[in-house]
Design a protein around this ligand. Structure first.
Ligand code: GRF
Length: 271
């Protein structure tokens, strides 16, 4: 049995080393870049981090609280799950801070969400492939997440397959939200797959990411009935609502050290 969350874990050295209490992270945030935190942005602590206008001549400094559990969130699309995570942190439901938000899509609403929320965010070019990161991009993603010293990488609609080196560096520390009840309907447009198949129930799944497609150990699921009158859009809307409940809940449980992996099953320590 291996505790996954912070409660029982020693932070992993290969995440780039850890700050002592009160250490300041020099976050690479040139205010002239579109998706970086700006020096003009007011001091903001609501989402678990502090980015303040300390001195216009200095780079933006994130005050890292080494006691908190750090999240890196990757996405390519709308960013509604990112917003749900940030809201849950703001309400005090997740004992964590978001220290990195990264997208492979430069103009993704996902990044605009982060910007609006005052969360440090950046576009990192995914390179020449359509469905995965090329080697240089993979290194850049790893470096950015290490710089932000993340404890957990959350894939919130990140539309690229992560394998090899990325999963080795963040082994057991990457989770994904998927819009079906896995193992049914892995892959793209899972809600449409479910509707076309004719299942009477579908839902959403939070799972650890392994080398397969949507095949890692399941952390949380919520079931939804498929209604006779459902269209792909109406079904997806209800699935999204379920995602916004179970993803923050799963992150909170991991951050509290309540999730243990037993083989390919996860169990809750303090359900
Ligand atoms: C979600 O439906 C999630 O299940 C899938 O991508 C979508 C992301 O939505 N992996 P959003 O960008 O969080 O709104």
């Amino acid at each position: 049995m291996r505790p996954i969350g912070k409660g029982g874990m020693t932070r992993w050295a290969n995440f780039g080393g850890w700050a002592d209490k009160g250490e300041q992270d020099q976050h690479n945030c040139n205010p002239s870049e579109k998706h970086q935190p700006t020096l003009e942005r007011p001091r903001h602590e609501g989402n678990g981090f502090v980015c303040g206008a300390l001195d216009a001549s200095l780079p933006c400094v994130l005050m890292a609280n080494s006691d908190s559990f750090r999240l890196g969130v990757l996405g390519s699309g709308r960013g509604s799950n990112l917003a749900a995570i940030a809201d849950a942190i703001g309400r005090g439901d997740i004992p964590a801070e978001i220290t990195a938000v990264i997208s492979d899509v430069q103009d993704a609403p996902f990044l605009q969400h982060a910007e609006r929320l005052g969360i440090p965010s950046q576009f990192i070019d995914p390179g020449k492939y359509r469905t995965k990161l090329d080697d240089a991009a993979e290194q850049a993603y790893i470096a950015a997440l290490q710089l932000a010293r993340v404890d957990l990488v959350v894939l919130a609609g990140f539309m690229r397959i992560l394998k090899g080196e990325f999963l080795r560096v963040f082994e057991g520390r990457v989770i994904n939200i998927h819009p079906s009840l896995l193992p049914s309907f892995p892959g793209l447009e899972a809600w449409k797959q479910a509707l076309d198949y004719g299942v009477k129930y579908t839902g959403a799944t939070v799972h650890f990411v392994d080398q397969g497609i949507d095949s890692g150990a399941i952390i949380a699921q919520e079931t939804l009935p498929v209604r006779d009158e459902d269209s792909p859009e109406s079904l997806l809307e209800r699935i999204h609502s379920a995602e916004h409940r179970i993803l923050p809940g799963a992150i909170a449980a991991i951050a509290r050290g309540e999730v243990e992996l037993q083989g390919r099953r996860t169990v809750r320590q303090n359900p």
